[in-house]
Design a protein around this ligand. Structure first.
Ligand SMILES: Nc1ncnc2c1ncn2[C@@H]1O[C@H](COP(=O)(O)OP(=O)(O)OP(=O)(O)O)[C@@H](O)[C@H]1O
Ligand SMILES: [Mg+2]
Length: 361
């Protein structure tokens, strides 16, 4: 029966070291960083949650994707539930594959004064449980001015209950996390230590192809599977998707399946869609960034853009395109004037486009 197949690869060492850091009091809070689709939500739900319960924690989880505009009501829902059930939470956030996260509805009626409601409800929790672990997923969605009072409220709860409450944040935008935790004026300034989630390795690939073997009765060559996983920039979601496509198509050669998958997958379609929407100047800026990694505003770059466009390109014109690319989360800025791709896959895609000479079409 395929339903008993364990696709999840447990990251027990990672979970254990995070819990140890928190439970021994070395840290009150930790922020797990990894780009999108690298397995943060699976780690917190599948590995950290059960282990933390065994350690005696009362565990609470919420994902701010549930309602990006009203994170305080997401938080309130979380602390109002008498006891969250893991299976229910997984269904709500849509594991595996988290596309439903963004569409899910809040559980309860919105409150007129959610922050004072939070303070009241949190007091009840504190009186009931000796140790509480809050797991707050997708915290970068809070990095906006309008959420500053809510963030200050979280900080106050953390400060007031330093011994009793520990927090695991997760985030997928370096820029968002810098805004939240590294700016002096930010209410969460230095509130959490950042932990960069390491890439999954060959044992993950081995685990996944054994699951595939159980599901299909077919074997996949391990060395070839590892080569593909590296080419996918170690993104577990894309590797899993590829295996599912092989289950459906019956293809047994993973490298062949990968070349078909790259052409047709939703991900490639998403990159093509995003690329098609961009202006010629935005595309050139991306190509420059993919090839050089820096110097977007240097004389040499501006001159190149002007030559390619056939008109003088000003820094203002360029800045406007960069702002749009940032708004669309294609790139992010970690320090002034420095930009990087939010997804390695998009960077690879842009490199391919420039090699194909599609740059200024
Ligand atoms: N430990 C794992 N074992 C097996 N598959 C995994 C594991 N971690 C992640 N995956 C695969 O990757 C997919 C994405 O994982 P997950 O939703 O946890 O990523 P994420 O980092 O939370 O992404 P996002 O930032 O978009 O929320 C999962 O649905 C699953 O297919
Ligand atoms: Mg997630």
């Amino acid at each position: 029966m395929t339903s008993n197949i364990q696709w999840h690869y447990p990251r027990l060492d990672t979970a254990e070291s995070i819990i140890r850091l928190l439970s021994t009091g070395a840290l009150q809070a930790i922020t797990i960083f990894a780009p999108r689709n690298y397995g943060k939500t699976e780690l917190v739900l599948e590995d950290i949650w059960p282990m933390a319960e065994q350690e005696g924690y009362f565990v609470l989880y919420s994902s701010f994707w549930l309602n990006k505009a009203k994170p305080e009501s997401v938080f309130l829902d979380m602390i109002r539930e008498p006891k969250q059930r893991l299976d229910f939470v997984k269904t709500r956030v849509g594991l595996p594959g988290n596309f439903v996260e963004a569409q899910a509805q809040p559980l309860s009626e919105p409150s007129d004064n959610p922050l004072s409601e939070i303070a009241k409800e949190f007091k009840k929790l504190i009186n009931k449980h000796d140790r509480i672990l809050l797991m707050l997923d997708e915290v970068q969605t809070l990095a906006k001015d309008e959420h500053v009072d809510f963030i200050a409220c979280i900080r106050t709860l953390m400060n007031t209950h330093r011994e009793q409450v520990q927090v695991v944040f997760t985030g997928s935008s370096r820029e968002g996390l810098i805004k939240l935790f590294k700016k002096h004026k930010a209410p969460l300034f230095n509130a959490a230590h950042q932990y960069d989630l390491p890439n999954l390795d060959a044992s993950f690939v081995q685990h996944q192809i054994s699951a595939f073997q159980q599901a299909s009765g077919r074997n996949i060559n391990l060395a070839a599977a590892i080569r593909v996983f590296v080419r996918q920039n170690f993104v577990p979601a894309h590797f899993h998707d590829l295996l599912i496509s092989m289950l459906i198509s019956g293809e047994g050669d993973i490298e062949k399946a990968y070349s078909v998958y790259r052409e047709n997958s939703m991900l490639s379609q998403a990159y093509i869609g995003a690329w098609t929407e961009l202006s010629a100047l935005a595309r050139m800026a991306l190509v420059w960034l993919a090839n050089h990694g820096e110097g977007l505003y240097q004389e040499q770059a501006i001159q190149y853009f002007s030559e390619q466009m056939g008109i003088p390109v000003t820094t203002g014109m360029l800045q406007h395109q960069i702002d749009l690319l940032k708004e669309n989360s294609i790139i992010e800025s970690l320090s002034r004037g420095q930009y990087s791709f939010t997804e390695e896959g998009m960077r690879d895609f842009v490199l391919e486009q420039s090699q194909d000479g599609l740059l200024v079409k």
